[in-house]
Design a protein around this ligand. Sequence first.
Ligand SMILES: Nc1ncnc2c1ncn2[C@@H]1O[C@H](COP(=O)(O)OP(=O)(O)OP(=O)(O)O)[C@@H](O)[C@H]1O
Ligand SMILES: [Mg+2]
Length: 296
Amino acid sequence: MIRINNVSKTYPNGTEALKNVSLEIKEGEFVAILGLSGAGKSTLLRTINQIIPVSSGHIVFDNVDKKTFKMYGDNPQNTIDKKIAKGEDINIDELDLESIDITKLKGKDLRKMRTQIGMIFQSFNIIKRMSVLQNVLSGRVAYHPTWRTILGIFPEADKQIAYQALKKVDILEKTYGRASELSGGQMQRVAIARSLAQQAKILLADEPVASLDPITTFEVMEFIKKINVEDGITTIANLHHVDLALKYASRIVGVRNGEIVYDILVKSKKQNEIIKDLEKVYGRPISDEDFVGEEE
Ligand SMILES: Nc1ncnc2c1ncn2[C@@H]1O[C@H](COP(=O)(O)OP(=O)(O)OP(=O)(O)O)[C@@H](O)[C@H]1O
Ligand SMILES: [Mg+2]
């Protein structure tokens, strides 16, 4: 679904944050990216939606409709069947599916492509002075002319999408509350709901739980896993904790000095062996600090 091909990133100050990185990610995978601070995890994640432009290389998404830039995943007919089940009127013959290299897109095309990619951060990046509903509706902005969204006018159908998203992360009762009144975990759930309302096919999560206490950490991870499994949203998350990666991810990718040095399907190996392997990724022993530990 995503093909990262020989991607390098050198920042203007000369730092080589990514060196010839290649990685293929399949639809529905939950990839945890692990590595030391400064290894290049955030840079890698942010090149996928081109918030950070690559210096060289390509990032290709397969089965993208040329007109709308919507992604149809590894098995387009499946995606279409799901849409039909939800009442959408859609026919594979009317689509113009092809592989699109996001590094070559600009302006409107890039904006359209980005609607397919949601992003959540450690700092939650929600707009605190707005209501929870407005925050989630902001995920619909790219689907409408700017003047409408500036006036805060969203069609009823969008509001229904937003309510569904809020219900999914179990926060419907906060719909009309101000975002500033939420706890950190609730803010992150609103950010997840916004990606759902955006109808993203891919979720990029840059240390989504790094600002949360252990209990809230597991709660938020559960919701990310839920949308990964139930909605088939391909998820790529930078994580600092080994136990979270082992519990929630289907695949662990290790980054060191701007290179991918480890790549394993979690189910394919014993967890203590993976932990041992990670010592090479980190270049140091794994200790208690690498685990969240507590669980409800
Ligand atoms: N805007 C920038 N300008 C210059 N150098 C940068 C910039 N952003 C990151 N770097 C450098 O690129 C390298 C990779 O940074 P990156 O933020 O991708 O690491 P990371 O693995 O996400 O680290 P952390 O776990 O601390 O978030 C580091 O050496 C960092 O100092
Ligand atoms: Mg980072």
